[in-house]
Design a protein around this ligand. Structure first.
Ligand code: HEC
Ligand code: HEC
Ligand code: HEC
Ligand code: HEC
Length: 454
């Protein structure tokens, strides 16, 4: 049973915006979503982005009007919601009020994730009955606890739109102002209409953030896309694609990806590989050809701040891979978010400092784990277990020079898994030295005596 909100919610009441329009062009104003869509359809993309609160998560998008958050304060929820009702609404948030454009987006929560978030949001519930119902949610959903719920609410940036969530607002999404140079407009329009997972555990890998589904109407999605692209949207024809590879060259690229390069340590291809980064299937359907070329050749310049390492291979090899990816333009429909109950989301360090701890957290922890236990969220998706850097028995047998070489050149130069990437073209020599020292902190151990220069 759902309890509709009283009409005078303390929400930001979109004055001007909510005053317009009644029936949808096709006359189907019967559903609440239909009414909301009617209002939204008549707005400019920029105004719609502000009202929906895109700027709560994306740098480069307008913030909600008046600086207010887009949703009502999450206080006193236990007076309005029974725990089981709130959990099922969070997993499928149908509009609570009629005729309002702002809406609670759908975060694709699994039942256990919604239960955990509910346990956190209703943690202050006073009545014995409510407390029993909250305890029942925990029993019914393995892994759901109020603590995990707090981490979920933090990771998904509920605080970007709601006061009183017990979390801090942050910007978990990619900047929207550079979208035009990266994404193909046809891909963007279909993504906005039905967002799906791109980076399975966050744009900042490990953060667990997701692009929620606002259940936009086609017209709303198009109006947001026009705002991001301007006139170009109508003018854009399908961009020219490079010539396809010969079967021999294709096979060569496949073998390189399978047996030599580290790409599939972070990316999936054909459903196989790491879950840190976007699937490589369909990258050509998503990205502009020139951006695809740039991100493979010079990732630091194409996607500043991303952990994708600069290639150590020659440019002919990278060109071959780029052309191979152009031939794999079909999107794999297998992409799923990683569970926020089974994996612990970590708030990224946004200080911009390049201390060894910050570098380890960004570049190494997705596989090796924050504390170096070899248990990062990506570890189950690798063919070899990431070395547990905190294991002193293992680590005290490794000379510092070997660790340096592995970080610099990648696992394959140590005869270990090539899915361990080489960072020699990404991190400076002194940064890699700093990381070797940091591994020694994690294991609380030193290299073997024989390795120490006399
Ligand atoms: C609660 C936070 C949140 C809100 C609100 C939000 N986004 Fe996002 N958005 C994200 C995250 C996180 C991603 C990255 C998702 C991924 O990689 O799977 C993303 C991805 C995107 C992308 C794809 C960009 C890329 O490079 O992959 C677009 C486009 C986008 N959002 C547009 C919007 C628009 C338009 C709105 C407002 C209607 C909006 N977002 C509201 C969090 C949010
Ligand atoms: C982009 C802005 C936005 C984000 C992000 C967002 N919400 Fe909402 N939320 C809303 C809006 C708008 C409403 C009001 C919905 C309505 O009236 O139909 C709402 C309503 C709610 C309500 C019902 C409030 C009440 O008083 O009964 C709850 C609970 C809620 N949100 C929880 C969450 C949680 C948990 C998250 C994070 C997982 C979240 N919201 C993220 C915009 C947002
Ligand atoms: C350490 C992890 C890592 C490795 C190794 C890696 N990448 Fe990436 N890659 C990323 C991340 C993270 C992104 C997402 C950047 C962003 O946020 O837009 C990315 C983005 C990309 C993109 C753009 C995808 C899109 O849809 O936006 C392509 C194409 C790509 N990488 C290709 C490769 C290739 C080819 C290799 C091997 C030569 C490789 N990557 C190695 C982490 C990695
Ligand atoms: C995409 C996942 C991934 C990322 C990212 C990653 N590693 Fe690894 N790493 C591995 C795997 C898997 C192994 C184990 C290879 C094996 O044993 O075959 C490994 C092995 C190593 C080794 C070799 C240890 C030994 O036993 O000799 C070192 C050193 C290392 N990683 C350091 C790092 C550092 C430092 C970073 C961050 C700058 C990092 N790794 C990032 C997956 C990763």
């Amino acid at each position: 049973m759902r309890r509709p909100l009283r009409p005078l919610l303390p929400a930001l009441l979109l004055a001007g915006a909510s005053a317009c329009g009644g029936t949808a062009p096709d006359g189907s104003a019967s559903s609440i979503a239909g009414v909301a869509a009617t209002h939204g359809d008549s707005l400019s993309g920029r105004a719609l982005a502000a009202i929906l609160g895109c700027g709560a998560c994306h740098p480069g998008a307008p913030a909600p009007p008046g600086g207010a958050a887009g949703g009502p304060p999450l206080s006193g929820l236990s007076e309005r919601w029974a725990p089981a009702d709130l959990a099922s609404w969070l997993a499928d948030p149908v509009p609570l009020r009629e005729g309002v454009i702002a809406r609670m987006p759908d975060f694709h929560l699994e039942p256990a994730e919604a239960a955990a978030a509910t346990m956190h949001l209703l943690r202050g519930a006073g009545s014995r009955q409510a407390r029993a119902a909250i305890a029942r949610l925990g029993e019914e959903h393995a892994g759901a606890t109020a603590e995990r719920g707090a981490a979920i609410v933090q990771a998904l940036n509920c605080a970007g739109c709601h006061a009183g969530s017990g979390a801090e607002a942050w910007a978990p999404g990619p900047p929207l102002d550079g979208i035009r140079d990266r994404l193909r407009p046809d891909w963007l329009r279909s993504f906005l209409a039905a967002p799906r997972p791109i980076r399975p555990f966050g744009y900042h890998p490990g953060s667990g953030a997701r692009m929620p589904d606002f259940r936009l109407s086609r017209a709303e999605a198009d109006s947001l896309a026009s705002w991001m692209y301007g006139e170009e949207l109508r003018a854009s024809a399908a961009p020219a694609m490079p010539r396809p590879l010969s079967p021999f060259a294709s096979r060569k690229a496949e073998l390189l990806l399978r047996d030599h390069l580290a790409c599939l340590g972070c990316h999936t291809l054909g459903g196989e590989g790491g879950r840190i980064a976007p699937a490589l299937d369909g990258a050509a359907a998503r990205l502009r050809p020139d951006y695809l070329r740039r991100i493979v050749a010079t990732p630091g310049r194409a996607a500043p701040g991303s952990i994708m390492p600069a290639p150590l291979e020659d440019s002919a090899t990278m060109e071959l891979i780029t052309r191979y990816l152009h031939g794999r333009a079909t999107t794999a429909d297998t992409d799923r978010y990683l569970s926020l109950v089974d994996n612990v989301p970590v708030r990224p360090d946004r200080s911009g400092q390049r201390t060894p701890a910050a570098l380890y957290g960004a570049y190494c922890a997705p596989c090796h784990g924050v504390g170096g236990a070899g248990d990062g969220f990506n570890a189950p998706h690798l063919p070899a277990r990431p070395t547990p850097h905190a294991d002193s028995t293992h680590m005290s047998a490794r000379p510092d020079a070997t660790l340096f070489d592995g970080i610099h050149g990648g696992g394959h130069i140590l005869g270990r898994s090539h899915r361990m990437p080489g960072f020699g073209a990404t991190l400076s020599t002194s940064e890699i030295d700093g990381l070797v020292d940091y591994l020694r902190l994690l294991c609380a151990c030193a290299q073997p005596d024989w390795a120490v220069a006399p």
